[in-house]
Design a protein around this ligand. Structure first.
Ligand SMILES: [Mg+2]
Length: 313
């Protein structure tokens, strides 16, 4: 196990996707190199060559580095994590947000300042984070189906680059005008329940789509549990109630159901689409499970104290 301190040299690999969001990470490379020159650590760079290339690279290079820095948006981080989860040796993960959607970085308390982020990676002790799984895909922070869940991947890269979050908002308004309604049978902790829903929203914390849902839950990022909110298709005013919940910070409203467990089995219609970390993942029946403290990550001191069950040494 590595010891953290000034005298320790760690090998970092920056994995980045040149096409991620608005900013091309490429132009920050000289800055990153310069910061590393004034540290005891070393750094290499790996640029993605095709979709899912970072998953393969992360898996193949896991034993060669102490730290992987995933530079990009949530999609880039998801690719790296999927590779790490397929390897027995796992480097520590750090995230350098430079995409359009940066929820994972925000959840870990990492902002866009490269200097401040690297300062955290060089000095903070890493902490263990739960990793979740939707069928055969791993994800960090969210999975969803139904209302709003197809938005992030339906907005083209070009539109995101041009309009940023405005594109999401416009898509969201259009989506809310549609009528979503699908049956689910959900099994967890030996229980089996049936509902008709407009959306299933699963989160590891209280943030999704760039929005903080302070009233969604008080769960921890390493408690081995994942939380689902089932937005029910009530007889009347369901659209109003749905919006009201989001306006009120993700507060559970009316008969909507909130469940926390380490494993869910959900049976639904074959045309129901599920996303994972904001990208399309699969259709129909799913198994959602949580791997407690599966990887080590760097997070800010404030986040470690607030969102992790964590005892500072
Ligand atoms: Mg949790």
């Amino acid at each position: 196990m590595l010891q953290y301190g000034l005298e320790v040299t760690m090998k970092f690999l920056v994995l980045y996707n040149p096409m991620s969001g608005k900013a091309n990470f490429h132009r920050y490379i000289p800055k990153v190199k310069k910061i590393f020159e004034n540290s005891p650590h070393s750094v290499d760079f790996y640029q993605s060559k095709a979709p899912k290339d970072l998953t393969r690279a992360a898996k193949d290079l896991s034993s060669e580095y102490d730290v992987f820095l995933a530079a990009g948006g949530d999609g880039t981080i998801n690719e790296v994590v999927n590779g790490m989860m397929k390897s027995t040796v796992k480097p520590i993960l750090g995230v350098l947000p430079s995409g359009t959607a940066n929820d994972i970085a925000a959840i870990l308390g990492i902002n866009r300042s490269i200097k401040r982020s690297l300062n955290i990676f060089f000095n903070e002790e890493p902490v263990k984070l739960d990793v979740n799984q939707l069928n055969d895909q791993y994800f960090i922070y969210t999975t969803a189906s139904g209302m709003l869940s197809k938005i992030s991947y339906d907005v083209s890269r070009r539109r995101i680059r041009k309009y940023g979050y405005l594109a999401y908002v416009i898509e969201a308004m259009d989506d809310i005008s549609k009528d979503y309604r699908y049956p689910i049978k959900i099994c967890y902790d030996g229980k089996e329940e049936n509902y008709e829903v407009v959306m299933v929203l699963g989160l590891n914390s209280n943030r999704v789509g760039g929005v903080r849902l302070v009233n969604f839950s008080n769960s921890k990022l390493n408690d081995g549990l994942f939380e689902l909110r089932l937005f029910l298709r009530a007889k009347s005013f369901w659209r109003f109630r749905f919006l009201q919940s989001f306006i009120r910070g993700g507060k559970r409203i009316g008969d909507d159901v909130q469940v926390a467990a380490s494993k869910f089995e959900i049976k639904t219609n074959p045309d129901v689409r599920w996303n994972a970390d904001g990208e399309y993942s699969t259709n129909g029946n799913v198994i959602i499970q949580t791997h407690k403290e599966a990887i080590s990550v760097f997070a800010s001191k404030r986040i470690k104290n607030k969102y992790f069950m964590y005892v500072p040494k």
